[in-house]
Write a protein that binds this ligand. Structure first.
Ligand SMILES: *Cc1c(COP(=O)(O)O)cnc(C)c1O
Length: 394
């Protein structure tokens, strides 16, 4: 049986998978089982924040695995407490953290915190959460309902939880607020929706308005967090003070970990929320290593340098190939090229793969780049050389 046959026979077919069998990764280069190399502009959908096989991360995981992998959240977990402190310090916000295992789970935690806040802090219960069209917040029944894309709300999975509504734009959020609104949940750069950054002043105004109404601002930083946009959090870049922030993807460098952080440290009490795996020894230790690596790169100014270098290269493509692309979009190392249509988008992603370059799709027509934060100039150069080869044939 081939690997493809084995996968198709035994794994539930929920992904339109590519069947290249990768066996090794070094930095931002991956190797398949035939020895062919690929430049990785996807980093496992923004997860491999420090690339593949980073020695500090590998050493941390190996050491931790040799001592303790997991006990449970019934005991104090030293690397978890350290990771929480590190995240809070890097964020600059006075918040407390709950650890989960994924982005969707972190968002579930955020929604629970908001719901309890709405239940306990007002005379009349507030429970409604406003999100945006083209947003993406996860795949659980609740977070899929929070996701502002009708195609995700198929009747197959109904009934969905009540209390979610979607607005077309930030400006529309103001009109949608009513006396039962408890929170607004947004990404600052919509990732899955098409790499769409929001305007800084618009977000700052919304944030101030919500504060004046005692409505919580939840920022889903599952994709934008952990230096993806240049700062530790996109919320830092936008200079806002959200009530709740969620993290996941890049935080563990590939180890599954999610986090919800909030200024409302007393809202949840014993037993109201929990997770068997969340923030265990192994994933927390990995998170610490990731933050150690990235915060020192940030201090040296290397993260800013790399995202400028990367974005210059991707912007040049729009000038050189105006027949293929409308514009270049994104923030930091979260970038996209708006293709003229979905057909061009698909052809590019496929051609890139044959040229030895991994890129992603986003939205209906965006080719998305989410390289690791530690990608080198050489890998960026080689990646864009391969990208041009891939689009030259179109
Ligand atoms: C990926 C993503 C999620 C979901 O994360 P999972 O780990 O797949 O559950 C939620 N929100 C945003 C913004 C994301 O990019």
């Amino acid at each position: 049986m081939t690997l493809e046959q084995q996968d198709k026979k035994y794994v539930l077919q929920t992904y339109a998978r590519n069947y290249t069998n990768f066996v090794k990764g070094v930095g931002s280069t991956l190797y398949d089982d035939e020895g062919k190399d690929y430049i990785d502009f996807a980093s496992g959908i923004g997860v491999n924040s420090v690339g593949h096989g980073h020695p500090i991360l590998v050493e941390a995981i190996a050491q931790q695995a040799q001592s303790i992998i997991h006990i449970s959240n019934l005991q104090v977990i030293e690397p978890q407490a350290k990771l929480a402190q590190k995240i809070v310090e890097l964020s600059g916000y006075d918040m407390g953290i709950f650890f989960a295992n994924s982005g969707a789970e972190a968002n579930e935690g955020a929604i629970k915190i908001a719901r309890k806040y709405g239940e306990t802090q007002f005379e009349k219960k507030r429970y409604k959460v406003i999100t945006l069209e083209h947003s993406f917040h996860g795949r659980t029944i609740t977070t899929v309902k929070a996701t502002g894309q009708e195609s995700f709300h198929t009747p197959h999975f109904s009934p969905y939880p009540d209390g979610f509504s979607y607005e077309k734009s930030i400006a529309d959020v103001y009109k949608a607020i009513d006396s039962e609104t408890v929170a607004v949940l947004i990404e600052l750069v919509q990732g899955e929706g098409g790499v769409e950054p929001f305007d800084k002043a618009e977000i700052q105004n919304l944030s101030a308005h919500l504060k004046s109404k005692d409505i919580l601002l939840i920022v889903d930083e599952v994709q934008t967090g952990v230096y993806r946009t240049g700062e530790f959090l996109a919320s830092n870049l936008y200079e806002i003070e959200p009530d709740i922030i969620t993290l996941a993807k890049g935080l563990g460098g590939g180890m599954p970990i999610g986090a919800v952080m909030t200024t409302h440290k007393e809202i949840l009490t014993f037993g109201e929320h929990g997770s068997t795996f969340g923030g265990n020894y192994l994933s927390s230790r990995a998170g610490l290593a990731v933050l150690e690596i990235l915060s020192s790169l940030d201090d040296e100014g290397i993260i800013d340098e790399m995202h400028l270098y990367f974005s210059q290269k991707s912007k040049q493509l729009v000038q050189r190939y105006p027949k293929l692309f409308d514009k270049e979009v994104g923030l930091g190392l979260m970038r996209g090229l708006r293709a003229k249509d979905a057909q061009i988008q698909s052809a590019i992603v496929q051609n890139c793969m044959s040229q030895g370059l991994i890129v992603l799709k986003a939205g209906r027509n965006t080719v998305r780049f989410l390289p690791s934060i530690t990608i080198s100039k050489d890998e960026i150069d080689e990646g864009f050389r391969r990208f041009e080869k891939a689009i030259n044939t179109l």
